[in-house]
Design a protein around this ligand. Structure first.
Ligand SMILES: C[S@@+](CC[C@H](N)C(=O)[O-])C[C@H]1O[C@@H](n2cnc3c(N)ncnc32)[C@H](O)[C@@H]1O
Length: 322
């Protein structure tokens, strides 16, 4: 499996950058993690290996994620079965050889809210908590030079590898690492994304400082997280669950988040979008059959979660490391 991670190509891409030494140690670090692995990893990786051999002839990453080429019906059926072996699919959608993976999230909608404010051309990008890598492909589509994502979830890694199987030469890498497993002060990425991660952190300001330490001077942070309404001192800490999620800690207001970013040492802090998540954007599908947002909201009042808290609203903030 380690060869599928394509670490030689990653090391070649990072040669001569401040990330060179870090990339040299990655094979050993990831081998050690693979040795521990996960009970379902063999099954998920088996699904990746069951993908039929098909050649990509048309590729679209700018406007959506889709690729196509010649196939016959048995091959398409094999492809669909292999991809179904990687259910649940949360972030997407992905469209490959006319198989439409209709994921729980319309992540393309989030990307439409983020992308207009970014210039990723020629940038070396890190995506912290990249999930199955959906946004990483879209970042490449937006002109990034190289994209590295980290996420400790093995299923999401296998979903990424399913796509990379058909696009082996693109400069995008998914590493099965937690953010805490990166060295301190990498200071090597031009743009760092943290989307859907901050509210899971028990020390959110430390998270912001750690993100800043991954950036080069003048590098840009793209932060997306759950917010509540209110002034700079307004923060919601759920007593227990939030929209049925157990591990939600801090939901600040936008002014509070801007203040946190400034205290963490960022400048040019700006909020570019605030959106309430709709039940069309996050819902169950045939590719994600568990409960989803419609079941996590108060059935009588969609402005509240089942716990009686404000329904999910998300902000996108951009900030610069001076
Ligand atoms: C809510 S999802 C967000 C996924 C994606 N970034 C998005 O915006 O749709 C949070 C992601 O963070 C990952 N994650 C959890 N703990 C992490 C850690 N310690 N370091 C990095 N990622 C982590 C999870 O596996 C999950 O994919």
């Amino acid at each position: 499996m380690i060869s599928r991670l394509d670490l030689d190509a990653l090391q070649a891409a990072l040669a001569g950058t401040p990330l060179q030494d870090w990339s040299a140690g990655l094979p050993g670090q990831i081998d050690a993690k693979l040795a521990i692995g996960h009970g379902d990893l063999a099954r998920w990786y088996g699904a990746v290996q069951a993908l039929p051999e098909l050649k990509v002839e048309q590729l679209e990453l700018l406007h959506n994620f889709s690729f196509n080429g010649r196939y016959d019906e048995p091959m398409r059926a094999t492809l669909k079965t292999a991809l179904q072996g990687l259910i649940p699919w949360r972030k997407g959608p992905f469209h490959l050889f006319d198989v439409h993976v209709d994921t729980e999230w319309r992540s393309d909608w989030k990307w439409q809210r983020v992308a207009p404010y970014l210039d990723l051309k020629g940038k070396r990008v890190l995506d912290v908590g990249c999930g199955n890598g959906y946004y990483m492909w879209r970042m490449l589509g937006a002109g990034a030079d190289s994209v590295v994502g980290i996420d400790p979830n093995w299923l999401f890694l296998c979903q990424f590898l399913a796509m990379k199987n058909y696009l082996p030469d693109l400069p995008v890498w998914h590493l099965p690492l937690a953010f805490e497993e990166l060295p301190r002060k990498l200071q090597g990425f031009d743009t760092v994304f943290s989307m859907g991660v901050l509210y899971h952190r028990r020390s959110p300001i430390d998270h912001l400082i750690d993100l800043k330490d991954c950036l080069v001077k003048d590098g840009e942070l793209v932060l997306e997280t759950l917010v509540v309404e209110g002034d700079a001192q307004q923060v919601l800490v759920p007593e227990d669950r939030y929209a049925q999620m157990r591990n939600v800690w801090f939901l600040p207001s936008v002014p509070a988040l801007e203040l946190w970013l400034r205290r963490a040492g960022f400048v040019d802090v700006r909020c570019v979008d605030v959106s309430t998540t709709s039940v069309e954007e996050q819902r169950s599908t045939e590719w994600m059959r568990f409960q989803s947002l419609p079941e996590f909201l108060d059935p009588a009042d969609h402005s509240r979660t089942l716990e009686g808290l404000p329904a999910p609203s998300r902000a996108v903030l951009i900030a610069r490391k001076p």
